[in-house]
Design a protein around this ligand. Structure first.
Ligand code: APR
Length: 313
């Protein structure tokens, strides 16, 4: 059984701890936050659900005491500032870069072998920053955006198909931004049958468009960014790692020539197991998708350029 630390006990961090406990696959979850007593409070509240929900996972909280995270198998980094209505994920870069860099350094002192799952936005750039500044091998740094975007894609597909979401497959690759993500409609399927056999091009186009603004739609409705689907997406990634499930999940990882890209972290399908991302799965893209991927990579790369001052500090 495993130990998982979640840095940032806010909306996403706490929902992630809740789903991990409900799935009962980890011995221990440590929530850590910078706000005095906040993680402790979330942990206590969650532990008071154990008798009702029947899980054995021990959840504890800590205010900035990284020694409590020692020996973690996986560290999830959600610490940072979430989006407000009208804000893009990219606008968060300056604040969150400093937070993510500092948090990684603190975690590594106590869990040098951990796999890191990055949630803080702009996620592709924060994953790249984590990789560039931490010295952790690339296969142990994973941005979770594609897992979330693919879940949202499957939701909109299932609604259009009037089918249960778990019978519908679909992947989103590329950047984790409203204009950079690429829902692969050509590969979406319902019980193995291409979704295009059931849905018109127009409907598939609408599913794609709804997926791309999936997060922004919720930010507009909630006044802050969403947490249930992000928490569940992180949980799926963490479970595949600690339980060595070898699931194929689109995640943001470092590319070294795959998909024609290098020196970038961006969403592609990967196999997730005990050692982190174990393999990048190369899937055939059509010409339009290849062009979209290149455009997406260029946008992510432009965003990464904003890190120059952090990287040289
Ligand atoms: N160390 C530890 N915790 C921190 C730090 C830090 N240096 N800085 C901020 N935090 C904590 C905050 O105190 C807060 O409790 O991170 C938590 C973030 O939680 P929320 O504000 O509720 O944000 P949330 O919706 O969970 O989003 C977290 O994920 O989806 C992304 O864009 C989102 O970057 C944001 C992140």
């Amino acid at each position: 059984m495993s130990k998982i630390s979640v840095i940032g006990a806010g909306n996403v961090g706490a929902s992630c701890a809740e789903y991990i406990a409900m799935k009962n696959f980890a011995a221990e979850v440590v929530l850590l936050d910078i706000k005095e007593n906040f993680a402790e409070g979330k942990a206590l509240d969650l532990m008071q659900t154990a008798a009702l929900n029947g899980f054995e996972t021990r959840i504890s909280g800590s205010t900035n005491d990284y020694s409590k995270t020692a020996g973690s198998d996986v560290v999830v980094i959600t610490s940072g500032v979430p989006r407000k209505p009208g804000m893009t994920r990219e606008e968060l870069i300056g604040i969150n870069a400093g937070i993510v860099k500092g948090v990684m350094g603190n975690c590594l002192k106590h869990s040098p072998e951990a796999v890191f799952v990055i949630v803080s936005n702009p996620m592709d750039t924060m994953t790249y920053l984590a990789m560039k500044t931490s010295g952790v091998p690339a296969h142990r740094i994973i941005g979770m955006g594609g897992a979330l975007d693919s879940a949202r894609f499957r939701h909109y597909l299932s609604t259009a198909l009037s089918a249960p979401a778990f019978e519908v497959e679909g992947m989103v690759i590329g950047g984790h931004g409203d204009t950079t993500m690429i829902p692969l409609t050509s590969k979406a399927s319902y019980k193995g049958v291409p979704a295009s056999q059931f849905l018109s091009e127009d409907v598939l186009g609408k599913v794609k468009a709804d997926t791309m603004v999936g997060g922004a739609t919720l930010t507009g409705m909630l006044g802050t960014s969403a947490w249930y689907a992000p928490g569940a997406a992180v949980t799926a990634v963490v479970q595949s790692i600690v339980c060595d499930q070898k699931r194929m999940i689109p995640c943001c990882v470092s590319l070294n020539g795959e998909y024609g890209q290098s020196d970038i972290c961006i969403g592609v399908p990967v196999i997730l197991g005990k050692s982190g991302w174990e393999k990048i799965v190369s899937i055939e893209l059509n010409e339009a998708e290849k062009a979209e991927f290149e455009k997406s990579a260029n946008a992510v790369r432009n965003m990464n350029a904003a890190l120059d001052s952090v990287l040289s500090a």
